[in-house]
Design a protein around this ligand. Structure first.
Ligand code: ZN
Length: 337
């Protein structure tokens, strides 16, 4: 990605070709002069050593990440300096994900594991244990972030809130949807990668700084746009936006906690009651969710049904975060007008 990396890569390849050439001529030399006794014992010490150490480029740090946003942030920071993989394939639901044997293998051979934390990746618990990798460094991207706990925050009283602060210590995990908290996650990932792989410190620092700069620009765009529609209230069927709502002074009422294929009649009734209770501007569904019940509900309530992207699935290019978040901002702006 950077000039420095490309240069190192070229030098490494040149060096390896030279070694390969030397070994090749040594082996050919042996075979030619000792046609009848061409055994291993006749090879030069260098050739024997090369045979027991197959020629591979000095290995990059192997990083596994849990799901899309964490993959995007980690890939942005790592650039080409580390190999970054993802455990939960995009298109698969993270909230009730079941680990596969391949996941265990990936963790067993990794140097670093990066997770969102805040209790989102329940599948990791047994998986990390099964992988038995005592050299694994774990990075909790949400380290130091104070979680929000409530589903439907404006539906609850202050006393209930206090109780809940103690009950759910891990809180709502969707911190990546607030650009300011995303900055904190990128910083945590950067520091974790530097600790695990100090050789590439300058690369991680430069890549993280560039991404954080983009997050700051995104934050300003959200601020400038949404300050025109304070307290705009919207209903979601996935409790994914409390951090974003709090940051920009708008209000999410989450009717269900995680995305569901089929809403229950109780969910629908809950949505109807909420619309009656608050001046609701919009109903938000998720990309790829085609819920007939939601559509007829929005028609009955005379509200537009729009799509907000929680980024739990999508494209694997680190720039996808900005693309999807800017689309979310446009959707919110239109809905809140
Ligand atoms: Zn979610």
């Amino acid at each position: 990605m950077t000039v420095r990396e490309r240069k190192t890569g070229t030098q490494k390849r040149g060096f390896l070709s030279l070694i390969a050439l030397l070994i090749f001529s040594t082996v050919v030399g042996c075979n030619q002069s000792n046609t009848n006794q061409g055994t291993n014992s006749e090879q030069s010490p260098q050739a024997q050593e090369a045979a027991s150490n197959p020629i591979v480029p000095s290995e990059k740090t192997k990083v596994v990440t849990t799901f899309l946003p964490i993959y995007l942030f980690t890939q942005a920071v790592a650039g080409d300096a580390a190999d970054v993989a993802i455990l939960v394939p995009p298109g698969t639901e993270v909230h009730d994900y079941q680990a596969t044997p391949d996941n265990v293998k990936a963790i067993a051979t990794a140097n670093v594991l990066v997770k969102n934390g805040l209790g989102l990746e329940e599948f990791l618990e047994g998986t990390v244990k099964n992988a038995q990798n005592s050299n694994l460094t774990e990075i909790d991207a949400s380290k130091g972030i104070k979680p929000l706990n409530e589903i439907s925050p404006i539906e609850t009283t202050t006393t209930e809130k206090k109780d809940h602060d103690h009950a759910h210590t891990e809180g709502n995990p969707h911190v990546w949807l607030d650009p300011v908290l995303a900055k904190q996650q990128v910083t945590n990932i950067r520091d974790g990668l530097i600790a695990a792989d100090p050789r590439n410190k300058t690369i991680y620092e430069a890549n993280a700084a560039a991404y954080i700069q983009q997050l700051e620009t995104l934050n300003s765009e959200f601020q400038q746009t949404l300050q025109k529609t304070p307290n705009c209230t919207f209903i979601t069927f996935h409790d994914a936006y409390p951090y974003l709502a709090q940051r920009y002074n708008i209000k999410q009422v989450a009717v269900v906690e995680i995305p569901e294929d089929q809403l229950s009649p109780a969910d629908v009734q809950n949505a109807v009651n909420t619309v009656k209770k608050y001046k609701v501007k919009a109903l938000f569904s998720e990309p790829g969710v085609d819920n007939k019940l939601l559509k007829s509900l929005s028609q009955d309530l005379n509200l537009n049904l729009r799509t907000l992207d929680s980024l739990e699935t999508g494209e694997t290019n680190p720039q996808y975060y900005f693309q999807a978040m800017k689309a979310n901002l446009q959707t919110l702006q239109t809905a809140c007008q």
